[in-house]
Design a protein. Sequence first.
Length: 152
Amino acid sequence: MLDTLDKSILSYLQSDSKITTKELSVHLGLSATAVYERVRKMERKGIIEAYGVRINKKLVDLGFVVFCQIKLKEHRHEYLVKFEREVIKFKEVLECYNVSGDYDYLLKITVRDMEAYHQFLNDKLTYLDHIGSAHSTFIINEVKNTHAIEFK
């Protein structure tokens, strides 16, 4: 699916999404046109989904990170769909995964502090009538946080 050049392009883009086609071409020893065509092809195929910026959560006063495991009262399809529709609206929820095991969903939440999390939990999350339980895990120290995929 991906050859060595495509993987190299992806590696460079993951480390610096603002890198220019010209700069990529110099690093890879290809023409700018060839690099541009390869990038466009990966975008069209959906391999490259989006370009983004990583924000330092602490510097924007959202450094309190919580992983919250949610168990729904029932597992009927309409409960799952309703929960997902509602939870994606919450700006505090950065990520939401339907998971296997003791809980149904894993949420990554970022807020200002413990008080803000308490308010979010009481005023928004547990307000959803189909939640059976919520278990919170607070992040003490972030050891690794990346969305970059390494290619061998």
